[in-house]
Design a protein around this ligand. Structure first.
Ligand code: ZN
Length: 247
């Protein structure tokens, strides 16, 4: 059989036996063996981030790689350590949220658009992470409510530029019934709505004032941690590099 997939993990076991984990369009997350005897021909085509058409066979419950036709390797991601680290975080994130036999076409498309965005020159890495996480929340069924109060159901109504609105991470979005740490402005709510609803072609095509980015990032990062319940080592690594580079 053939599947379209992105390599989200590569693993060498023993004396060169290689396993790759794919996030596939058709079968969700699957692990495939590319055994030593055939490894030499798969070395370069079974690297992290490779997006391609994978010919595989299933023997009992295990998948074996037969052939790969590369669509893209996203090689430009590897030219900058920080860009590479953010891309690796996205792979870690996918390892956590994708499952075998669970088709997640929307998340698959989002990931391809995001990896492509990371190949551009001078990508806004922090903003890309924020956008990816928030849109992924929608793909995973955790879309925050930006229209009605999550407690009493009252509509948020026409947004007022002079007002600030409370958003609750635990309640899943806008609230008029209680105050919360996340007091968001008109522009921030518009940005959240854009990220949640834009088509992928336009998803990354905007810039933000620093104060709006800070509000957005504070909300999105906490919202993601709350719903995914996992701390990622790649994020600690990114924080460390950014601390050293004073970013
Ligand atoms: Zn309310």
């Amino acid at each position: 059989m053939t599947v379209k997939g992105i390599i989200i993990k590569e693993n060498i076991v023993g004396e060169g036996d290689k396993y790759i984990t794919l996030f596939t369009h058709e079968l969700g997350q699957i692990q495939i063996s590319a055994l030593k005897s055939t490894n030499y021909k798969f070395c370069s085509v079974t690297q992290l981030f490779v997006y391609g058409i994978f010919e595989i066979s299933k023997i009992y419950s295990r998948y074996k790689l037969i052939n790969v036709e590369i669509i893209t390797t996203f090689y430009k991601i590897r030219e900058d350590i920080l860009t590479l680290s953010y891309a690796m975080y996205i792979m870690d994130f996918l390892l956590e949220v994708t499952k075998e036999s669970l088709r997640q076409s929307d998340l698959f498309q989002l990931t391809l658009y995001t990896l492509h965005e990371l190949t551009k020159s001078n990508p806004s890495l922090k903003l890309i992470r924020c956008i990816y996480e928030l849109r992924a929340m929608r793909c995973l069924g955790f879309m925050p409510n930006t229209q009605d109060c999550t407690q009493c159901g009252n509509a948020i109504g026409e947004l007022d530029m002079t007002k600030k609105y409370y958003f609750s991470v635990a309640d899943g979005g806008y609230t008029c019934c209680s105050s919360s740490k996340h007091r968001l402005r008109y522009d921030t709510i518009h940005t959240i709505r854009h990220i949640l609803n834009s088509d992928y072609n336009h998803l990354y095509k905007f810039e933000l004032l620093p104060e709006i980015y800070n509000e957005l990032a504070s909300f999105v990062i906490q919202y993601t941690v709350y719903h995914i319940e996992k701390s990622f080592r790649t994020l600690s690594f990114i924080r460390e590099i950014e601390r050293i580079l004073l970013i």
